[in-house]
Ligand binder design. Structure first.
Ligand SMILES: [Zn+2]
Length: 450
């Protein structure tokens, strides 16, 4: 029986989605991984209609006028969701620029995410206000690419993080709690999906956001019915933030192993944790493991400018001997261990990569690499896929209850990947993308499979 709520959600989608009056599509005889964490189910028919998943059945269904696509031997998973990515920071994926936040450049990134099967992203800070207009255009069906959720600008510390080379209107740097509260109110007036703050002294090199500022941000955001996500690095900061009511830790704790007091506090406060494992690795893997650059899947995502940088004659040697590589290798190992501890303790984990924030963190590629890292950290492929789909969809649902994302179930947005190989046998098989559907539409030119 359909509930009134699901009817209303369906109605809302029908009105707002680009996909109204779409010809129904039946994906026939697929193996389904539905995003809930349930085991894969063989011989499933999935019907897409008006941008939504209409039905999921184990009997063959053929609605009148439906287009039937034979998915025998294919595995279908929900579209991936990155709850920590960035737009308009890099030009050509290869260099940070204060001029990168243009409509053209942002749209190119959204298209790239979508072609790689990342059908939704949370652009977690460092956005120009242009992002709100782009999000509105998407909701009105006038713009494609990965579905945007956004934190708008975000709140940094004067002379501290984020030390990115961006335009002045991409980050706010309030000097007092009162100024910080005003900034939060401005984001609320734009209907930002979440608020972003940065709390990190950058190994003691930079001033850190004082607790008086972040507790004012958290308080004001909650007053404005917004959640707050924090960039964080150190356990002590993470502990204080969780204590003060932060909703999302947007990076791994990387200075030391998490302890049971921290885990208990995360559980008690229902705090989300986004491990961004591929972030630390992106500082060095292209030097330590150049084989990752061989596939067309990688090369097309990177683009010629970044490839040239990563393959320059001195890149490898310089990177291998840099202090950054030493630090990031250590950080990555701690992050992997902490993710496993938190996952096993049933802390809520969401999926994110920090893709788009720096060269090497490549929209689309980073997300598939992150899945691989989650498995290397000790999760099963099914657990990793569940985090990147249904679980992160739940986080986004708390930010915007009108969107049902991350599952292949009736009433959810028809966002999915048809894979030519079984990702449960090998997580890197998520890269064998035969087709991407987003809001029920077939995405042109999906990422190359090899
Ligand atoms: Zn970030």
């Amino acid at each position: 029986m359909r509930t009134l709520l699901s009817s209303l959600l369906t109605l809302a989608f029908t009105i707002t989605a680009a996909s109204a009056q779409q010809q129904p599509v039946v994906l026939h005889n697929a193996t389904l991984i539905d995003g809930t964490g349930a085991p894969a189910r063989p011989h499933v028919d999935i019907t897409l209609r008006n941008g939504l998943i209409q039905s999921v059945t184990t009997t063959s269904v053929r609605p009148a006028g439906a287009k039937v696509i034979d998915c025998t031997g294919k595995t279908i998973i929900p579209g991936l969701i990155s709850a920590h990515s960035h737009l308009g920071v890099l030009l050509n994926n290869s260099e940070a620029s204060a001029n990168a936040y243009t409509r053209e450049n942002v749209v190119a990134s959204l298209d790239q995410f979508e072609r790689y099967g990342v059908t939704t992203i949370l652009s977690l800070g460092v956005n120009r206000d242009l992002v709100y207009a782009l999000r509105d255009q998407q909701r009105a069906g006038q713009l494609g690419g990965a579905t945007i959720f956004t934190a708008g600008r975000g709140i940094g510390t004067p002379h501290g993080v984020p030390g990115l080379k961006v335009a002045p209107d991409q980050v706010d740097y309030p000097a007092t709690p009162a100024e910080a509260r005003k900034d939060v109110d401005t984001y609320a007036s734009h209907h930002a999906d979440i608020v972003k703050i940065w709390v990190d002294p950058s190994h003691g090199r930079l001033p850190e956001m004082p607790p008086s500022i972040y507790s004012a941000v958290i308080d004001q955001a909650h007053h404005d019915r917004l959640h707050v996500a924090a960039h964080v690095y150190a356990l002590a900061d993470a502990k204080q933030l969780v204590q003060d009511g932060i909703d999302v830790l947007a990076h791994s704790v990387r200075d030391q192993p998490v302890d049971s007091a921290f885990i208990q506090s995360m559980l008690h406060h229902h705090t989300w944790y986004i491990p961004t494992l591929s972030l630390d690795e992106a500082f060095y893997i292209y030097a330590t493991d150049p084989s990752v650059m061989q596939s067309n899947f990688f090369r097309q995502a990177a683009g010629p400018q970044l490839l040239a940088k990563l393959q320059a004659p001195d890149y490898r040697e310089k990177t291998l001997s840099s202090a950054q590589t030493k630090q990031s290798t250590q950080d990555h190992a701690v992050a992997m261990q902490n993710l496993k501890s938190l996952y096993d303790a049933q802390v809520q984990i969401a999926f994110g990569t920090d893709s788009g924030a720096a060269p090497g963190r490549i929209p689309g590629f980073s997300e598939h690499r992150e899945l691989e890292d989650l498995v290397h950290a000790g999760l099963t492929p099914l657990q990793a896929i569940t985090i990147a789909t249904g679980q992160t969809g739940q986080l986004l649902h708390t930010l915007n209850p009108t969107l049902n994302l991350g599952l292949i179930a009736p009433g959810y947005s028809a966002d999915l990947l048809i894979l030519a190989a079984d990702p449960l046998a090998n997580i890197t098989n998520t890269r064998h993308i035969e087709a991407v559907y987003h809001r029920g539409h077939l995405v042109p030119h999906p990422a190359p499979q090899n």
